[in-house]
Design a protein around this ligand. Structure first.
Ligand SMILES: *[C@@H]1O[C@H](CO)[C@@H](O)[C@H](O)[C@H]1NC(C)=O
Ligand SMILES: *[C@@H]1O[C@H](CO)[C@@H](O)[C@H](O)[C@H]1NC(C)=O
Ligand SMILES: *[C@@H]1O[C@H](CO)[C@@H](O)[C@H](O)[C@H]1NC(C)=O
Ligand SMILES: *[C@@H]1O[C@H](CO)[C@@H](O)[C@H](O)[C@H]1NC(C)=O
Ligand SMILES: *[C@@H]1O[C@H](CO)[C@@H](O)[C@H](O)[C@H]1NC(C)=O
Length: 468
């Protein structure tokens, strides 16, 4: 079988690997000692809950982390919460009104009663869902003051903005883009544009905005095309984004903004149901659209390079139509590796579909930004290949075939552990995507280090697989 390397190859790789890991460990442990002295064990215990142990080298301000792990509870109070959030009472047409919610026959109501599941409006399904982050975050915030909902007490809604850490702007911008961008009849502008203009007007008239110039405001614009008109007014605010593909660096950048995962569209595997190395008969899977821009060129070239190799499934086609999601799901759970190749933007839900399918992601997208990378070491469960290398004849297949069974199983085990960090749902749970986003917001507010150090690690692994 082409996908299982010879014993000798595997042995020399593991030696190289062990050597690298022990060196890293040595460096990390000395830097931990240096930074934390005797307190290191205290900080670590908080982070065992969710995060890679050896990412603590990035944390340089312990006061950013409360000492009690934030457990789910039926009541949350301001003293226990990690993050106090003030939320504007924007009129419903900026948020749940976009879902058809009409205040339950009461025109004065702004928010649904989130303690009653049947009163919560549903978000539209299909591909809309991949950018539904705005919805889950808003629901979580509302439920933080509802006595009937059990959730982690990470963020709490507060009524007094001067006592908040951050001010949340509850505009469902991705939904507005997806559902209200068309210009109807004789109208001059789309509803999406009108909402953006009204939002800018609203914010600029608020004391909270005037006081800070928007600095401590949190704005979700996850769809790459969402809020494109308004973004330039929010340069000092903190965005929650999918990537920085359509944003000039003075508007959005990793120093001030948070990258959130897409909501995956394939079914999530239970850790117990995950097909094993032997059960995944494909080596590598890719299904996606062809784009005309940069990413598309890589996709086409890669396609012609590897499509005829043994164990490769590489086809073009949209996941949206004709049972595509079900087929993609089937393909991913039958594969050891899943390609994530840059498309018209550096990120896509395909990465998160791969994670949900416990299919080791192979990331060929040099400009991708990854969620929570400051605390999560992606090189433990994903393989990064620079685009230029991937286009060299034979390179990619050599890297993938160089990953031995043992190494693959390690990555797969880690995938099963980290998959819950990318799950959105209601109510929110400890260590799920919403909880992780609040933690990431907290870290940004504390202006902790960016993920630069972690990014430099990305390509080390794929180099190791080549050594033989
Ligand atoms: C971190 O270390 C602790 C023990 O020190 C261990 O129990 C835990 O599983 C580790 N977490 C991760 C993510 O490796
Ligand atoms: C609170 O939750 C319980 C159980 O989840 C449910 O039966 C009850 O109706 C809820 N109360 C309200 C006011 O929604
Ligand atoms: C929950 O909401 C539904 C629909 O609005 C309503 O019929 C039901 O009485 C509510 N349940 C509770 C416990 O308030
Ligand atoms: C809000 O908090 C500030 C600062 O703590 C306080 O001075 C002010 O009185 C509070 N406002 C209200 C309405 O409670
Ligand atoms: C650490 O974070 C706290 C809380 O946000 C802040 O008050 C303090 O100034 C920070 N310290 C440093 C050294 O950045």
């Amino acid at each position: 079988m082409a996908s299982i390397p010879e014993k000798g190859v595997f042995l020399s790789q593991s030696l190289a690997c062990i050597f690298t890991i022990s060196m890293l460990f040595l460096i990390l442990s000395s830097s931990l000692l240096f930074q934390f002295g005797d307190n290191s064990s205290v900080s670590k215990s908080i982070y065992n809950l969710i995060i890679d142990n050896n990412t603590l080298d990035h944390i340089n301000n312990e006061s950013c982390f409360k000492l009690d792990p934030v457990k789910p509870a039926n009541s949350c109070d301001e003293n226990r919460a990690l993050l106090k959030v003030f939320m504007y009472d924007l009129p419903p047409w900026f948020h749940f009104g976009l879902l058809g919610w009409k205040g339950n026959q009461n025109p004065n109501r702004i928010w649904p009663d989130v303690s009653n599941l049947s009163e919560i409006p549903k978000y539209p399904g299909g591909l809309n869902l991949q950018h539904s982050i705005e919805y889950w975050v808003t629901l979580d915030l509302l439920s933080s003051v509802s006595s009937n909902v059990s959730r982690p007490c990470t963020a709490i809604l507060v009524q007094n903005s001067s006592q908040s850490d951050v001010i949340f702007v509850p505009f469902f911008s991705s939904l507005s883009y997806n559902r209200r961008s068309k210009i109807h009849g004789s109208k001059k502008h789309s509803m999406d544009r009108i909402l953006q203009e009204n939002l800018v007007k609203y914010l600029k008239g608020r004391d909270e905005w005037i006081r800070s110039g928007g600095k401590n405001h949190l704005i979700i614009a996850h769809h790459p095309n969402s809020m494109l008109l308004a973004r330039k007014h929010f340069v000092s605010s903190m965005f929650v984004l999918a990537d920085f593909g359509r944003c000039p660096v003075h508007i959005a950048n990793i120093d001030k903004d948070v990258i959130a995962p897409y909501k995956h569209v394939v079914r999530r595997l239970d850790a117990d149901d995950s097909p094993s190395f032997e059960e995944r008969h494909l080596l590598v899977y890719f299904q996606g659209a062809i784009y005309r821009k940069d990413g598309g060129i890589i996709r086409k070239k890669l396609h012609s390079l590897i499509k005829d190799e043994e164990g490769v499934h590489f086809t073009f086609g949209s996941a949206a139509s004709g049972g595509g999601v079900r087929k993609a799901s089937q393909g991913m759970i039958s594969s050891k590796f899943c390609l994530h190749i840059a498309g018209d933007t550096p990120s896509s839900n395909r990465l998160f579909d791969a994670i949900a399918s416990h299919c080791v992601p192979v990331i060929i997208s040099d400009d991708i930004e990854l969620p929570f990378e400051d605390v999560l070491d992606y090189s433990k469960f994903a393989i990064f290949v620079p685009a230029l290398d991937a286009l060299r004849k034979g390179y990619l297949m050599k890297v993938l075939r160089g990953v031995g069974r043992q190494k693959w199983i390690e990555m797969w085990e880690r995938l099963k552990q980290i998959a819950p960090y990318f799950e959105y749902g209601y109510p929110s749970q400890t260590g799920d995507a919403v909880d992780m986003i609040w933690h990431a917001v907290r870290r940004k507010i504390c202006s902790l280090h960016d993920s630069g150090g972690r990014r430099r690690n990305r390509y080390q692994m794929s180099q190791n697989f080549l050594k033989s």
